[in-house]
Design a protein around this ligand. Sequence first.
Ligand code: FAD
Ligand code: LAC
Ligand code: ZN
Length: 472
Amino acid sequence: LGHAQLCDAIAQIVGVANVLSDPQDTERYVVDARRRYFGAALCIARPADTRQVSNVVEVCAKAGVAIVPQGGNTGMCGGATPDPDIPSVVLSLERMNRIRDLDLANGSLTVDAGCRLADVQKAADDVGRLFPLSLGSEGACQIGGNIATNAGGTAVLRYGPMRDLVLGLEAVLPDGRIWNGLRGLRKDNTGYDLKHLMIGSEGTLGVITGAVLKLFARPVTSVTALVAVGSIHGALDLLGEMRRSFGERITTFEVMSKNEYELVLDQNQTLRNPLATHANWFVFLEITDSLAAFDIRTALVEQLANADSSIGVLDAVIAETLSQAEQIWKIRHGVTEANLKAGAAVSHDTSVPVSRIADFVIASEKEIAGRFPDAGVYFVGHAGDGNIHVIAIFPRESYPDEARFSQVAGQVNAIVDEITASLGGSISAEHGIGRSNRVRLAERKDPVELEFMRRIKAMFDPQHLMNPGKVL
Ligand code: FAD
Ligand code: LAC
Ligand code: ZN
C-alpha cells in the first residue's frame, strides 16, 4: 500500500471522521505537551475498540509503516511524538474510554486503556473505593499511558508505581494479534509474566488496549501538612520519624527546595504562601487512614511539635479544610508549569536509595552551579521514593541557539548521571526513556540488561515498527 492508500484503508477500519491528516487537526498529536519535540505523521488514527486497533496495526505492519501509540500526550520524554523522518501513523486511544467492568468482591476495575486517569479515580470513588495513582497531569493522561510509562507520582510511597496497580492487561502486538491477559488475579505463577514486560515499555512492544486495575479501601480521614525545614537532612530525618510513627499511613512525602518553592509562587499569582517562615526546604506530606477512630491529625500535630527541636522543623501548617489542602497541593503541582515559564530547563528524574538523597542533592547542586554559574539549580521530588528531580534552569537569552543549548544540556546530564551512578541510582525513576534519554540509557545501563532488552524488542517487533526510535 502507498501512504495515501494506507490512510484510506485505516479510514475503512475506524471511519473517515476518525482519521486526521489536516495539519490543523494533527498538530496536537505530533507535538509534545512541553513543545520540545516536533514530529509528523501520515495520519492520526482514532480507533473505537480493541478489534479496530488490531486491524489498524495489521494494515500498518503489512505496509511497513510505523505505529506510535499515544495516550494523553503528557509524557516528559518525547515518547509519544512521531519521528518526522520515519513514516508513521499515530494511534490515539482517546476514543477508547469505557469502564468495562467492576468486580467489587475482587477489588478490581477493568477499563479501556484510553480512560483518563482522573476518570478512573472517579469511577473508583463512585463505588467507595480508591484508585491511588496521582499525578499533576491526571486530568489529561490516560491509564494506557500510565501503564506504558510505569508512572509514579505522589502516592507511590504507600501504593507503589503503576506496575503495582495492574492485575491484568490486554494489548495488540506489533503483528496485529490481540493478547488477552485481562486476568483479575492477585496470584498467577504460570511462567514468564508478559504483563510486566508491557508495563514501562513506552509503546515499543505493543499497544495496550485494556487493563484490570487494583482498587483499594478509600481513606476516610486524611491530613495534609506543609512543613518548613532548615536542610535536606532535616527533611529526611522527618521522613524517618514519620515512618516510625505512622508506618504505611504516610501516603505522600514530597520535598521542594526554597528556590523552587519561590519560583512556583512567583510564576502563579493565584497561589498564596501559607507559611510565614523562610526556609531552605519544604516538605509536603499527607497521611491517610481508612479507620476514622485513629486521630491522625492530633498525632501529626504532636509529632511535628516533638520534631521541632530534634529535627529543626521551622514552621508547619496543617490544612484545616479540604480547600486549604488543595491550595497546598496546587503549589506542589505547579512545578512543571513554573519551570517551563522560568527559562531553558534541563530536568532530571533521578532515583537513589533514600539514604543517599542528601548526598545526591548536595553533590549535584555543587557541581552544576560550579560548572554553570548562570544556571539556577532547583529540586523537587518524591523523597519518600528516593526520586528527586534536579532541574537546571538557564536564562533563555544565554542560549538563543538550540544546538548550543542541547550541548550544554548534555553536559548537565553527564554531571547528574555521574553522581547518580556513584550513588547506585537510576537516570529515570518514573518518566521513562522515550526519545530524550536513549543515549543516557545506552551509556548507563548494564550491558547484559541492554542486550536482553534489544533481544526482547526484536522478538516482539522484528520489523521495528512499534514506536521506533524510542527507548532503545
Ligand atoms: P503519552 O504521553 O501519550 O505517552 C507516553 C508514552 O507511552 C509514549 O511512549 C507512548 O507511545 C506510550 N503510550 C501511551 N499510551 C499507550 C498505550 N495505550 N499503549 C502503549 N503505549 C502507550 N509522570 C510521573 O511518573 N510522575 C509525575 O509526578 C508526573 N507528573 C507530571 C505532571 C505534569 C504537569 C505533566 C505534564 C506530566 C507529568 N508526568 C508525571 C508525566 C506523564 O504525565 C506521565 O508519564 C503519564 O503517565 C503519561 O501518560 P499519557 O497518557 O499522557 O501518555
Ligand atoms: C513531578 C513530575 C514532573 O514530580 O514528575 O512534578
Ligand atoms: Zn515526579
